[in-house]
Design a protein around this ligand. Structure first.
Ligand SMILES: NC(=O)c1ccc[n+]([C@@H]2O[C@H](COP(=O)([O-])OP(=O)(O)OC[C@H]3O[C@@H](n4cnc5c(N)ncnc54)[C@H](OP(=O)(O)O)[C@@H]3O)[C@@H](O)[C@H]2O)c1
Length: 220
């Protein structure tokens, strides 16, 4: 993938392709199935928690570089690679897995208990921004194509979503006892995958509200 530290596990829909470099598994997908319905960019890690202001510049650069690589650049690489396949599906979707730290509104809300990790948080803000930008490009692409054919645009072919799993009991948090079960974290992803009627707005952040037992939007 995009850098030496990044493996190809974001391609969750291609378990057999795990750890293979992108150019190796792309032709295989084209041969076995000439479309892809959903791409979930889930890979992530909680780096940079111990980074302090007196760290050497090279270390700061390396920590930010790795987080931005995995959470932004690699999401872009994977998404660009799959867009041609996604566009061939009837209702294609890209779902990028963010974090509560990617919501600037929540980060800036006084008294809201959440981690303070600038490198990780900034990388998830960036992932959210990338998702919004890619959605806009896709929507304008569809409009331009429709105009060329003298038709009215029916909106973007590929719909982009952001899913916030919440704090989970996974390896990521060292199986924190207060974390939700991973199945609950995946609930908003499952909802978005099943949203064939367009119930949920694309280019938005979504999470599963435990109290309300329903989906809700996460503020930017
Ligand atoms: N857990 C939480 O509390 C929490 C909260 C908010 C957001 N999130 C987000 O949710 C997503 C999933 O996290 P999780 O809780 O399921 O964590 P997890 O159990 O640690 O799983 C993380 C996954 O990402 C993969 N991964 C990590 N670094 C990678 C790299 N450099 N290249 C390729 N794959 C890599 C891992 O692959 P390997 O198994 O091969 O290492 C693993 O499949 C992440 O994007 C995370 O930021 C998690």
């Amino acid at each position: 993938m995009a850098g030496s530290t990044v493996r190809s596990s974001s391609a969750n829909l291609l378990p057999h392709a795990y750890s293979r470099p992108l150019p190796l598994f792309s032709p295989r997908v084209w041969l076995t199935r000439n479309y892809a319905t959903v791409l979930v960019n889930n890979a992530g890690f909680p780096g940079g928690r111990d980074l302090t202001e007196d760290a050497p510049a090279a270390k700061i650069r390396a920590v930010f570089g790795e987080l931005l690589n995995v959470h932004i650049t690699s999401v872009a690489v994977m998404t660009y690679a799959f867009l041609p396949l996604l566009r061939r599906a009837p209702a294609p979707r890209v779902i990028n897995v963010t974090s509560g730290l990617g919501s600037m509104t929540r980060v800036l809300t006084p008294g809201l208990r959440m981690g303070r990790f600038p490198p990780y948080g900034a990388s998830k803000v960036g992932m959210n921004g990338l998702t919004a930008h890619m959605q806009v490009v896709e929507t304008e692409r569809a409009a331009a194509e429709a105009a060329e054919e003298g038709k009215e645009s029916r909106g973007a072919r590929v719909r982009f979503f952001i899913s916030n799993p919440g704090v989970l009991k996974t390896a990521f948090t060292h199986f924190h006892p207060m974390g939700r079960a991973p199945q609950l974290g995946a609930k908003s992803i499952v909802e978005l995958i099943g949203d064939d009627e367009g119930k949920y707005d694309d280019h938005m952040q979504w999470e599963w509200d435990l109290e309300g037992d329903q989906m809700r939007k996460v503020p930017w």
